[in-house]
Design a binder for this molecule. Structure first.
Ligand code: NAD
Length: 162
């Protein structure tokens, strides 16, 4: 995208990783910390995007956790993710990042994109790209929260598109 002229804000809970990614892209990219679970963070990042670039045209909801891999934030609980042993705490934690994060990202991106000039026959004002998974299509017996959250992302994306 940078090669084709896009300017971008790279975000992550892991600030160092976001900074390194932006540096690798080059001077057209900057980084910011974003916890996708926090609505105030989304408001801050979208405001910064508008201040920096004047408009938001593309937003990618990519942050995701499995619930069983060690998370970047040590306060995010992890544990077994089979349906018998997954805890309510890890179930909620996976959905907080994978689903609440996508919901909040869509909400604030759409609000910002409303201001864009409509383009093309469909009058599109921007693109929102939500990263689901094949785990959102088929059952994954040892990743129940992940599979549930990714299935929800698929259908939330369809509702957003309408
Ligand atoms: N790796 C795969 O095989 C695979 C397959 C299908 C879908 N996906 C999806 O693709 C996306 C990226 O996966 P990946 O393999 O690159 O994972 P990854 O773990 O390398 O990257 C995910 C990133 O999300 C960040 N993150 C986690 N919680 C966050 C939060 N609350 N706020 C902001 N950032 C947060 C992490 O710091 C990390 O940098 C995920 O949504 C994942 O579910 C991955």
């Amino acid at each position: 995208m940078a090669e084709q002229g896009a300017r971008m804000i790279v975000t992550d809970l892991n600030e160092a990783a976001a900074r390194a990614c932006a540096a690798a892209i080059g001077p057209t990219a900057v980084s910011m910390r974003l916890d996708v679970r926090q609505e105030a963070d989304w408001e801050r990042v979208v405001q910064a995007t508008l201040a920096e670039f004047g408009a938001l045209h593309v937003m990618v909801n990519n942050a995701g956790v499995t619930g069983f891999d060690a998370a970047v934030d040590p306060t995010i609980p992890v544990g077994p993710q089979d349906p018998e042993h997954a805890t309510l705490e890890t179930w909620r934690a996976v959905h907080a990042t994978n689903l609440d994060g996508v919901f909040l990202g869509c909400k604030h991106a759409i609000r910002a994109m409303r201001a864009n000039t409509p383009r093309g026959e469909l009058g599109l004002r921007g693109s929102v790209i939500n990263i689901s998974s094949r785990s959102g299509v088929v059952g994954i017996p040892r990743a129940v929260a992940y599979a549930s959250s990714k299935a929800a992302v698929r259908n939330h994306s369809k509702s957003v598109a309408l």
